[in-house]
Design a protein around this ligand. Structure first.
Ligand SMILES: Cc1ncc(COP(=O)(O)O)c(C=O)c1O
Length: 389
């Protein structure tokens, strides 16, 4: 059996043909296919506008920067995230304030966020960890009109809030960010996007993506060559080569999410009997696209270290990962923002126990059964029939 990673893309012949179609044409950098990709994302999420970008790190960077905030003000995000969520504040000169997580959903929650809001708070970036949407209505109520919200939905394309609406529609936020890295629910190789319903933010993001240049919308141009640099910007374009793949993949979003949820259901059923393992919790009122299958393992009770468990699974060609080392425990954040161990206890406890088990739509039933068999064995569960021998 081939190695089973913790996550992987699923590329089919239609995806390959879509990319080849761009390569055979004239335009290979950002062009008409990027426009189509953006329109499709709007269609799928219900957002009015979409700006596709080189990756979600760039998207988070531009999203915070588009608010044009004073240096030294503050932004809050989860400590249980990929560091790009909090780096977005640092790039714009904001102080990153890290929030603790709910022990069941592993997401930021209103009561903890409320404690971290002060007169300098300007932005909150809730991260929909593993695909499970945060309690956005409560977070919007907390933020009011004065604090902006950028949802980090890198894990959550295809997820739905408690009210049934789709993540990305920006019902509760100024902007939502997606990632199309290969382990994500759909991929464009590398890639990201921002959705918004605000036309002014949309215009600004589009300019910032191309070095801050404004051209088409300028009135009274002296000639066709003319453009103006109105903002500080970057080259964060996503090429049509990437967009062709992303667009083709978006057509399979429903199928991919369904397969992920099928595997999750199978895992949950089988793993429920492992005494040292807690399977992921999905709030009954939300719908998670399940980017990750994060289990909590009581390594003390098991009598094995996490490293030992990982190695025993690797021996069976099963890859795992830990999502995430809390951001406040990272040396850069400790050194520059004074964080220390003990500051955010829920996330630290979570980190001691977390292990992501393989989950991706291309997994075959045979691979799923292989994972089930070996995870159960490595975690010491030998089955009811053998108890007492
Ligand atoms: C929660 C979260 N935010 C942002 C990012 C950054 O995404 P990208 O790799 O597209 O820059 C990631 C990537 O893993 C992520 O998991």
């Amino acid at each position: 059996m081939d190695p089973i990673p913790y996550g992987a893309q699923w590329i089919d012949e239609a995806d390959i043909q879509a990319v080849c179609g761009v390569l055979r044409g004239e335009l290979i950098t950002q062009g008409p296919v990027a426009d189509q990709f953006e329109r499709k994302i709007c269609e799928l999420t219900g957002a009015k506008y979409c700006v596709c970008l080189a990756n979600a790190t760039a998207a988070l960077h531009l999203a915070v920067m588009a608010f044009d905030l004073k240096k030294g003000t503050e932004g809050i995000t989860s400590t249980n995230t990929f560091v790009a969520s909090s780096n977005a504040f640092v790039y714009s000169g904001l102080k990153p304030v890290l929030a603790d997580i709910d022990p069941r959903t592993f997401n930021v929650f209103p009561e903890d966020l409320a404690k971290r809001i002060n007169k300098n708070t300007r932005v909150i970036i809730p991260v929909h960890f593993a695909g499970q949407p945060c309690d956005m209505k409560a977070i919007r109520d907390l933020a009011g009109k004065g604090i902006k919200i950028v949802e980090d939905a890198a894990h959550a394309i295809g997820s739905r809030y408690a009210d049934g609406s789709l993540v990305g529609g920006c019902k509760y936020s100024e902007m939502t960010v997606f990632s199309f890295h290969p382990v994500k629910t759909i991929t464009s190789g590398e890639g990201g996007a921002i959705t918004t319903n605000d036309p002014a933010l949309y215009d600004r993001l589009r300019a910032m993506r191309i070095s801050g240049m404004v051209k088409e919308t300028l009135k009274n141009k002296p000639g066709p060559w003319y453009y103006e640099v109105q903002y500080l910007g970057y080259n964060y374009r996503l090429t049509d080569i990437h967009c062709a793949l992303g667009l083709s993949q978006l057509g399979k979003l429903g199928k991919f999410v369904e397969r992920r949820r099928q595997i999750v259901a199978r895992y949950n059923k089988e793993f429920a009997s492992i005494p040292c393992m807690t399977t992921p919790y999905e709030r009954p009122d939300v719908f998670s696209a399940f980017h990750l299958y994060v289990s909590l393992i009581d390594f003390n009770k098991l009598g094995k270290s996490r490293k030992q468990v990982i190695e025993e699974l690797v021996a069976q060609k099963i890859g795992t990962q830990v999502h995430y080392i809390p951001v406040h425990e990272q040396p850069y954040y400790r050194a520059n923002y004074g964080y220390k161990h003990g500051d955010l206890p829920n996330s630290e406890k979570y980190y001691e126990h977390a292990l992501s088990i393989p989950l991706y739509p291309k997994m075959t039933d045979e691979q799923v059964e292989h994972v089930l068999k070996h995870v159960k064995r490595v975690l010491g569960f030998v089955g009811v029939a053998r108890r007492g021998f």
